[in-house]
Each structure stands twice: as structure tokens, then as C-alpha cells.
Design a binder for this molecule. Structure first.
Ligand code: FAD
Length: 821
């Protein structure tokens, strides 16, 4: 062992330093050590568990409607089952199962979807009819329910014991834990981090911020090295413990088990057996944010402390729970726990690369850190040791938030998520918090035309355009079904694009420039695709070392020393990272996303409408680029591409010229259309969407991107060897387009595909195609079945629907004649 790492010596060097010794930090250390990285140190300012971990209720669900979060939680349950024995630290982990109640058809549909995903992950979630619920949970009122979901793997664990077990496991493998050793700052020297403590400095390759609700404070230290304010806030969460209840003691004695965990998700609480009483934990509406303004500063140290009890806030939930499980009302409250719980704006944690900062990672801001801690440790260790994760983890990637997540945004969103912790996330619903962070120069025009807005990386774009009298109430959006006031409008918008010309403001496109000697060769070495010649634009796919799909960007080579890239707005910080990560000195990678607006003008009449307005040559072919043209007398670049799959141009212009250009094109007859129409139009063309169809869950070959993979390119590129090997053996699954005999709802992401009674794949996106008048799903199917004409079934919210594999070409305009017109 390294001299500096002998016990009792303060370690002056390490490969990784983790700041924070809660469930997540220790799990990260444990997984790093398991991966063979034993030369790692965890710093804890107090005793292990002093943050949120010590007082957590310890519930360990697997349920999620996010594939990646479900993966993380499932992995935790599997890890925890064997952990005590593996590290020789017995602990209390009760796998009791759980019953999740449904009050509505939509909730049952949500459960069905989770059941399908769970099955695909090897779990056996069960749907219970109303008359079956009491067999699992005898003390329950069920008269007003629709049914329930039973999760046999759910349970509860002692969070402190879990943390100690992970710590023991890590220590036994050689990792070090320094308790009562706060990190006080970081600095960087010669590509090494130096983590400062009162006991000395530790030099290391990597640093991890696992500081729980203190993560924002720790994050400040990284600002001089490219960091940003960690997007988070802190809520107070309470649970109450009841006195002992004789009926529960008796039931447990007779059955030899604990009651399953109960969650009344439509009301918003969990109720769990704790010893022979209950633990009731509501996520109340209008909950309380802490440390959110100067009148309530965050203390320097809050170790092992709680907030004062505040039961008034919970009254409604307590009463509801007592009506649901009347036994609860038979006992008094013995204890209240009110502790800090951190929230990122979407309620998911931050796990992955720290945006903008080399060799720094985050594993913090966990709202369910006990349930997710096991999986999060695995993910974090993979990020550090392999540079990539087994499962695509974009849902938790810190780079999913960019510069729009200021303090107010975080507080508003955190409160919203907390109060709707168990809410259903309908595709038509827009949550109100945090709107209007970034507005297009033509925002007022879009809204005046009826734009119903949605946020894309903070940018407001129209999802659809309502007409006077359309029902825009919250209630109409509470459905998984296709039908709603938007449906007729999306159809009209798609038809306008099909028959005439539409215009869509795609505000906030990510625009990156790579400049300097060798810029073109550098980009060429990152992509499997062939770069197009100057004057043309082309799609390029960027694999990781495993040949998986890291990202897709549209590339314009302006010269050997200058390449421009355009990519999804949400990919802004991710794709900048892809370009910056190994950039040689002398190359400058700059982000120009805020400087310009983009309008997509597309449809068979696009040329006619633009001709009188522009000096550009509209006869130039598909994929041509004219950078120095004008529209309405204003400078404007015209790129002949259309994600809608019709004749069309993207008009890229400076923000100050956007109004004039938009006004001219709409005055010429182009009709505004929205993002939901665009989604339908792109599905009909089989165009992939980022982090649905395109993710690191799939290789480029699996993604059906064969024609963009140029193994014969002279340049070596990331993932080339892996892709060449996959080409030889053939991919195990293949991207397919499916026509689905869908009923009321189209297939959402991660609907399972069935053949001969087994799951053979999954959808990556789905929706209605208004030009082809059919329900479409894009997905990944076992390779032997990915043959045109094969009949399979898609399970959509529990209903199996017949589907047929289509030829590997667009459903709409298969020869791309309309695009090239
Ligand atoms: C009442 C309540 C009930 C909950 N119930 C559940 C539940 O049932 N299931 C579930 O999954 N989650 C639950 N949670 C959430 C859960 O507690 C947290 O998600 C989880 O504990 C977070 O773990 P962590 O390791 O990320 O952070 P923490 O446990 O907060 O650990 C962070 C650590 O970093 C240390 N630290 C901070 N700054 C420094 C520094 N400068 N140097 C060194 N160390 C530092 C802190 O002392 C702390 O120990 C509950 C939370 C509350 C409040």
C-alpha cells in the first residue's frame, strides 16, 4: 500500500476524494473500491450519516416511470439484500413489499406502465384489483379505490446501518474514511486537485461532491475552475411515528412479517409499519423551503439536527390516512422527525460529471438517497473509472440543467416537485413553476397567435397553437390519451406543413464553434460519420469508446480551422463537454447559443414564400448552406434541412433581426406550428430524438445509423474498434419503425414489445402521425425480429396492441423526394 495511505497517517494523496459521508458518498466509495480503485478517501465533516441520512425513513422502493431511475433503485434493492453478508455487517433490511393505491384510471395506467418496465428489468410488479388489496394489506379502506400496484421488492432499511455497512465494505477493501475532517476548499495544480482540510491537503486525480444538502456550498469552490452554482434547494420533510398498536403487534406475531409499505400516491403520503406502530410521511402541497432567503441563512453546521415539528401543515394528510387505515387513529404520535431534504429542480439527483470542471463529479442533491444510494454509487464509480455508465443516466446528469436554473427557479421548482412527489407526469401537462426563463425575440407574436408554451433548456417554445375557445384548463391535460383540445390543432399544423408552409421558432438551438489549427481533424476524430464539405451541412454521430450513441450534431465545416455545430437545446452543456473534453491546446470551443434565433420554414410552398424575401439561391440542393444571405433585408443563414421532412430551410439570424424575418415570412403566408406537430412529423420520417431514440443505452449499429458509420474513414475515431467488432458479429437488437394499432393512447417511451409471450424490445418514442394517419412507434427490437412485416405487440399502458415492423425507410416520403424538391 502507498506509504501515505497507512492507517493513522493522514493521506496526502489519493486517486479520488469524496466529500460527504452519507449513504451516497459511502456507496460511491464502496463501488470505487469494488472496481479496484481502493486508493480513495472519503472526507466527512462530522460522523458518517450526519446530513440527511441519519433521520431518513429508510423506504427503498423500486417504482419509477423513469427507466434509469428504476434501474438505479432496482440495483439498490439487489445490493442491499446481499450487503450485510458480503461485508459482514448485519443490518435491518425488511423486504416487506408495498401497496401503491390508485384512485383513477390514469393512475392504474401509470401502474401498468411501471409494471411493464419492471418486468423488463426482471421484477415482478403486480396489479391488484380492489378486492385483492386487503389480502396484502388487511387494515385498509378500499371502497373508493380503482386498484393498486404491489411491488414485492419494496421495503425499508436502517439508513445508518446501511451507511456503516458500505463504509465497512469500502474500508475492508482498502479505501479510507476520515471522519470529523471537513473539506474546506479545493485548488488545482498541474491537472491535479488539492482538497484542503484542517488536517492537511490531499492531492488527487478526481473529486466528488457528495455533500448532500451542503452541495451548493461545496460547489462554490469549483467556480474558479469552470463550475456553476449547484442547482438545488432544501425542503423540510416530516414523518411521524405512532405509539405501538396492539392489532399490529398481533398481526405481525401471527404472520411473522411486517405490513407492506403503503403509499396513497393520489393523496401524497407513505405509511409504513415501524416496529409495532406506524410511520406516516406526507409530501404536502405548499411545503416549506428552508435556507432559501437571507432571513433564514443555512447554518455553518447542521449535523444531526432537525427542524422544529410543524404538524399543522400535515393535518389534512393525517386525517386522510386515518380514514384509509383507521387503526392509525387508535394511537397517539410518539415522535416527529422534521429534517432537511435537498431538491434539484426536477426532483432527480445530480450524478455525473460536474459541468465545466475537469475531473470533478457530483453525487448529491438526493431526494431518495437511501433508495437510490446503492445504484448511484455504481453509476458514479462507472463515470470515474470507465468514463461511461452501464445505463444511460441523462435523467440524473448534472449537465441537464444549464444557466437558467437560478435561485428562484430552484426554489419554485423544488417546492412544486415536493408537493407533487407522486404526481403523474402526463405528456400534455406543463408544470407552472419556473416558466419564461428564456424568451424568443418573437415570443409575444407566438403567444398572440395562440402559442401554448413549453420549456426546452429554459427556452419557451410553442408546443401547439390554440384557437379561441379551446379548453386550456389543467384538467384536460390529465390524460395519457391522444385526444384533447390539442389534437385537432396538431393535425391542422401538420397539414399546413404538408400542404403549404409552416414556421416554427426553434429557440435555443445549441450552437458551438470549434476554431483553431486542426479543428476539422479534431471533430473528425470524434465522430463515426463523414464530415460534409464546406457549403454543406451533415448529420454526424458521436460514439463513446463502446460504440454507443453519445450524441448527434449537425456539422458545417467552414474550413480546416473552423467547424460549426448545431445540436439540441437540451444537449447544450453535454455536447460542449463532448467537444471540449480532450481538445488539444490551441483549439477554441465556444458556445454561441444565445446569440441567434432559428426559424424552420418548411412545406411545399416554402420556396414560393421565401423567394421574394431573400437573396439566397433557393435552387441549391438539400443540405446546402448559405451563410451570407438575407431574408427581409436582414442578414440570415439559410440551411436547407427540415426535421419535418418537407421542402424547407432553417433560417438562422441574429436576435435583433428575428422579428423582421419572422414577420416577413408569416406575412408571406407561413403558418405557425409547434413542437408537438414537429414531433409527429419527425416520427413519420423516422428521425431520432436525443435521449429518447438516441442514448448511450444503444450502439450506433443498434440505432440503425449504419449509413452514418464510416469504418473506412482514414481517421481513427472514438469507438471505431468496438463498432468494427459489432459490425462483424451483428447487433443484438435493431432500431425499427412500427405501425401500431394503438387505441386511445400512443406508445410512450419504454413501452415493452412482445412476441410469442416474451418481451423482445422496447419503444424509444411514439405518437400519432397525422400525414400517414397512423400510430407510430420507434423502438429497439431483437435483431432476428427486426424484419419488415413481422408482427409483434406493443404494450401501451397495460394494453397489448398489434404492431407491424416497417421497412427501414421513412413512412412519409420514403425516397425523400419532397425534401429534395
Ligand atoms: C424526514 C426524511 C425522511 C426521508 N426518508 C427517506 C426514505 O424513506 N427513503 C429515501 O430514499 N430517502 C429518504 N429521505 C432522503 C434521504 O435522507 C436523503 O436523500 C439521503 O440521506 C441523502 O444522502 P446523501 O449521502 O446524498 O446526503 P447526506 O446524508 O446529507 O450526506 C452528506 C454528508 O456530507 C457531509 N458534508 C457536507 N459538507 C462537507 C464538507 N465540507 N466536508 C466533509 N463532509 C461534508 C455532511 O456532513 C453529510 O454527512 C428522507 C429525508 C428526510 C428529511
Amino acid at each position: 500500500m502507498n506509504e501515505a495511505l497507512k492507517m493513522n497517517d493522514f493521506p496526502t494523496t489519493a486517486r479520488v476524494v469524496i466529500i460527504g459521508g452519507g449513504a451516497v458518498g459511502t456507496s460511491s466509495l464502496y463501488h470505487l473500491a469494488k472496481a479496484g480503485w481502493t486508493d480513495c478517501v472519503l472526507l466527512e465533516k462530522n460522523e458518517l450519516t450526519a446530513g440527511s441520512t441519519w433521520h431518513a425513513a429508510g423506504n427503498v422502493p423500486t417504482f419509477s416511470t423513469s427507466w434509469s431511475i428504476m434501474n438505479m433503485q432496482r440495483y439498490s434493492t439487489e445490493l442491499y439484500r446481499g450487503l450485510g453478508a458480503a461485508v459482514d455487517y448485519p443490518m435491518n433490511y425488511h423486504v416487506t413489499g408495498s401497496v401503491r393505491l390508485a384512485h383513477s384510471r390514469e393512475r392504474m395506467q401509470e401502474f401498468q406502465r411501471a409494471k411493464g418496465m419492471g418486468l423488463y428489468q426482471g421484477m415482478n410488479l403486480e396489479i391488484l384489483g380492489v378486492d385483492e388489496i386487503q389480502d396484502k394489506y388487511p387494515f385498509l379502506e378500499t371502497h373508493d379505490l380503482q386498484g393498486a400496484l404491489y411491488d414485492p421488492a419494496d421495503g425499508d432499511i436502517d439508513p445508518a446501518q446501511l451507511t456503516q455497512a458500505l463504509a465497512k465494505g469500502a474500508r475492508d477493501m482498502g479505501a479510507r474514511i476520515l471522519r470529523f475532517t471537513p473539506a474546506t476548499g479545493v485548488s488545482r495544480e498541474n491537472s491535479e486537485w488539492i482538497v484542503h482540510t484542517d488536517k492537511g491537503d490531499i492531492r488527487c486525480e478526481y473529486v466528488v461532491n457528495a455533500a448532500g444538502y451542503y452541495a451548493q456550498r461545496v460547489g462554490e469552490w469549483f467556480k474558479p475552475y469552470g463550475g456553476r452554482t449547484v442547482p438545488m434547494m432544501v425542503m423540510s420533510h416530516q414523518y411521524l411515528l405512532s405509539e405501538e398498536i396492539p392489532e399490529i403487534s398481533q398481526w405481525s406475531a401471527e404472520t411473522g412479517k411486517k405490513l407492506p409499505l403503503l403509499r396513497d400516491v393520489d393523496v401524497s403520503y407513505y405509511l409504513r409499519q415501524e416496529k409495532n406502530g406506524f410511520n406516516l410521511g406526507p409530501y404536502e402541497r405548499g411545503g416549506r423551503a428552508h435556507w432559501a432567503d437571507p432571513s433564514d441563512p443555512m447554518p455553518e453546521d447542521f449535523s444531526f439536527q432537525l427542524y422544529p415539528d410543524d404538524l399543522d401543515r400535515l393535518e389534512h394528510y393525517i386525517e386522510d390516512a386515518m380514514a384509509r387505515v383507521p387503526l392509525l387513529g387508535s394511537a397517539g404520535i410518539s415522535k416527529v422527525i422534521n429534517g432537511p431534504i435537498p431538491y434539484a429542480p426536477d426532483g432527480n439527483p445530480l450524478v455525473g460529471p460536474m459541468p465545466g470542471v475537469p475531473n470533478a463529479f457530483e453525487a448529491c442533491v438526493f431526494t431518495f438517497g437511501i433508495a437510490q444510494g446503492g445504484g448511484a454509487g455504481k453509476v458514479l464509480a462507472e463515470w470515474i473509472t470507465e468514463g461511461a455508465t452501464e445505463w444511460d443516466m441523462w435523467s440524473c446528469d448534472p449537465r441537464r440543467f444549464t444557466d437558467y436554473t437560478d435561485h428562484d427557479y430552484c426554489v419554485e421548482n423544488g417546492k412544486q416537485v415536493y408537493g407533487h412527489e407522486y404526481a403523474m407526469h402526463f405528456p400534455w401537462h406543463r408544470w407552472p413553476a419556473g416558466a419564461d426563463r428564456k424568451l424568443s425575440p418573437v415570443d409575444s407574436r407566438i403567444r398572440a397567435a395562440g402559442g401554448v408554451m413549453g420549456a426546452y433548456n429554459g427556452w419557451e417554445r410553442a408546443n401547439w397553437f390554440a384557437k379561441p375557445g379551446d379548453d386550456l384548463s389543467h384538467e384536460t391535460t390529465q390524460t395519457w390519451d391522444r385526444a384533447g383540445p390539442w389534437e385537432a390543432r396538431i393535425r391542422e399544423e401538420c397539414e399546413a406543413v404538408r400542404d403549404h408552409c409552416g414556421i416554427l421558432a426553434i429557440s435555443g438551438f445549441t450552437r458551438l464553434q470549434v476554431q483553431g489549427p486542426g479543428a476539422k481533424d479534431y471533430v473528425d476524430g470524434l465522430t463515426a460519420s463523414r464530415l460534409s464539405k464546406p457549403g454543406r451541412i451533415g448529420l454526424a454521430y458521436f460514439p463513446d469508446a463502446r460504440g454507443r450513441i453519445l450524441t448527434e450534431m449537425s456539422v458545417m465545416v467552414h474550413g480546416d480551422d473552423h467547424v460549426g455545430l448545431i445540436t439540441a437545446s437540451t444537449a447544450q452543456w453535454h455536447d460542449a463537454d463532448v467537444l471540449r473534453k480532450n481538445a488539444p491546446a490551441g483549439l477554441h470551443i465556444t458556445d454561441h447559443s444565445h446569440e441567434a434565433e432559428c426559424f424552420l420554414a418548411t412545406g411545399p410552398k416554402a420556396r414560393e414564400i421565401l423567394a421574394p424575401l431573400t437573396d439566397a439561391d433557393l435552387s441549391l440542393p438539400w443540405l446546402s448552406v448559405q451563410l451570407d444571405s438575407h431574408v427581409a433585408g436582414r442578414p440570415c443563414a439559410l440551411l436547407r434541412v427540415s426535421f419535418a421532412g418537407e421542402l424547407g430551410w432553417e433560417l438562422h439570424c441574429a436576435n435583433e433581426d428575428a422579428v423582421a424575418i419572422y414577420d416577413a415570412v408569416t406575412a408571406g403566408g407561413a403558418k405557425p406550428f409547434g413542437m408537438w406537430a414537429l414531433n409527429s412529423l419527425r416520427l413519420e420520417k423516422g428521425y431520432r430524438a436525443w435521449k429518447g431514440d438516441l442514448s448511450t443505452d444503444y450502439t450506433l449499429y443498434q440505432g440503425g445509423l449504419d449509413r452514418f458509420i464510416k469504418l473506412d474513414k482514414p481517421q481513427d475515431f472514438a469507438g471505431k474498434a468496438a463498432l468494427a467488432a459489432e459490425f462483424q458479429r451483428g447487433p443484438s437488437k435493431r432500431f425499427v419503425t412500427l405501425l401500431v394499432e394503438a387505441k386511445l393512447a400512443d406508445a410512450p417511451y419504454m413501452s415493452t414489445l412482445w412476441h410469442d409471450g416474451t418481451v423482445v424490445g422496447e419503444t424509444t418514442s411514439g405518437g400519432w402521425g397525422y400525414r400517414v394517419n397512423a400510430s407510430i412507434a420507434l423502438g429497439m427490437l431483437r435483431a432476428d425480429l427486426a424484419v419488415p412485416g413481422t408482427e409483434i405487440e406493443v404494450e401501451i399502458y397495460g394494453e397489448r396492441c398489434r404492431a407491424v415492423v416497417q421497412a427501414d425507410q421513412p413512412l412519409w416520403d420514403p425516397a425523400n423526394e419532397r425534401l429534395r424538391a
